[in-house]
Design a protein around this ligand. Structure first.
Ligand SMILES: *[C@@H]1O[C@H](CO)[C@@H](O)[C@H](O)[C@H]1NC(C)=O
Length: 323
């Protein structure tokens, strides 16, 4: 994967993901500049999709996710090119830890909005930061509803990102349901142009099982189709009382447009991540560093030692350690 050093984008490393957390704070400072958007009927704010950049970046940097790449790009293109979508685009990303769910989300923000994660129209919600106390559920519900509504009034092309959906207080997501369907139009605002992304590990074990079975029967990983995974993922979500969609009606009413599976990462994928990360840091690939990172990675299941226990999640921090 020598291509990793070519790079499609000049910005940060995997560590840049940490920016997700501070993006909300930075967004506030931008609000003034977006004021003019309130009045333009066709105002798309700083929405400026660059699919060429997105596809190039995904091809080079997202290791081992043939399904996620294809599904996300296809869904986004169709949605963005439609001048009058009938409903917002709702993506739900599922998979084991460290497989690229947050990474792909940060790429989407980067290639869809001029300000990237710092755009005032990219909204990132994380349970521990925004909704930490289950006892404040009623307050959170009111807040979330008014945020989404307020932000969509300011800009119909908004991106809402919900992290760690499996750690959300149950009941909160109910308030989103009306925004995800096709009937929610208020004061002429086109709520149907919004993009919602939900991230969770739910379904990860089931996805891993399918990939493991494919490997055992010597099937090519790239042959795995969405159809083989869709049902097990939906079932895992429906069965998980800790998932934000639990009894929210969102699954039942088919408000999700695409379930995006992330497959568990194998050794060569982790190597790919290490090479990416070294390239981002402007460093030459050094075999001893790559080897040290791989040696410190644990793999499962115990017998086959096939999949990285935390995907590529800790690659960046471990490289720093071994340099
Ligand atoms: C938009 O959402 C953010 C949270 O991401 C919130 O702080 C802000 O108040 C919202 N803006 C409006 C106009 O509701």
């Amino acid at each position: 994967m020598a291509a990793a050093s070519l790079g499609c984008r000049p910005w940060g490393s995997l560590l840049g993901l940490l920016g997700l957390v501070s993006a909300a704070a930075a967004a506030a400072a931008w609000d003034l500049t977006s004021l003019h958007c309130h009045f333009g009927a066709f105002c798309e704010c700083d929405f400026q999709p660059d699919f060429e950049g997105l596809e190039c970046d995904l091809a080079q940097h997202l290791a081992g996710q043939h399904l996620a790449k294809a599904l996300v790009v296809k869904a986004l293109k169709a949605f963005v090119q439609d001048p009058a979508p009938t409903k917002p685009l709702v993506l739900s990303l599922h998979g084991w830890t460290g497989t690229g769910k947050s990474y792909i989300s940060s790429l989407l923000a980067h290639y869809l909005f001029r300000g990237g994660l710092h755009s005032p129209h990219v909204h990132h919600f994380s349970p521990v930061i925004h909704f930490p106390h289950a006892s404040h559920l009623e307050r959170y519900k009111k807040e979330l509803k008014s945020w989404v509504q307020g932000n969509l009034t300011a800009c119909s092309r908004s991106l809402f990102l919900f992290d760690e959906m499996d750690k959300l207080a149950p009941g909160l997501m109910e308030v989103l349901r009306p925004f995800l369907g096709s009937s929610w139009v208020v004061f002429g605002t086109n709520y149907r142009k919004a993009i919602f992304i939900f991230i969770s590990n739910t379904g990860g074990e089931q996805i891993n099982q399918v990939v493991l079975e494919a490997w055992r029967s010597r099937r090519d990983r790239e042959e795995i189709r969405l159809q083989e995974l869709e049902l097990v993922i939906s079932q895992a979500v429906l069965d998980n009382p800790h998932h934000g969609f639990w009894r929210s009606g969102i699954m039942e009413e088919h408000l999700l447009d695409v379930l995006v599976p992330f497959l568990p990462l194998q050794r060569h994928h982790v190597r790919h991540c290490v090479l990416n990360e070294l390239a981002q840091l402007g460093l030459e690939p050094r075999e001893e560093v790559i080897q040290a990172v791989l040696d410190s990675t644990t793999f499962f299941p115990e017998k086959e030692q096939l999949f990285s226990s935390n995907g590529c999640k800790t690659v960046a921090s471990r490289i720093a350690f071994f340099l």
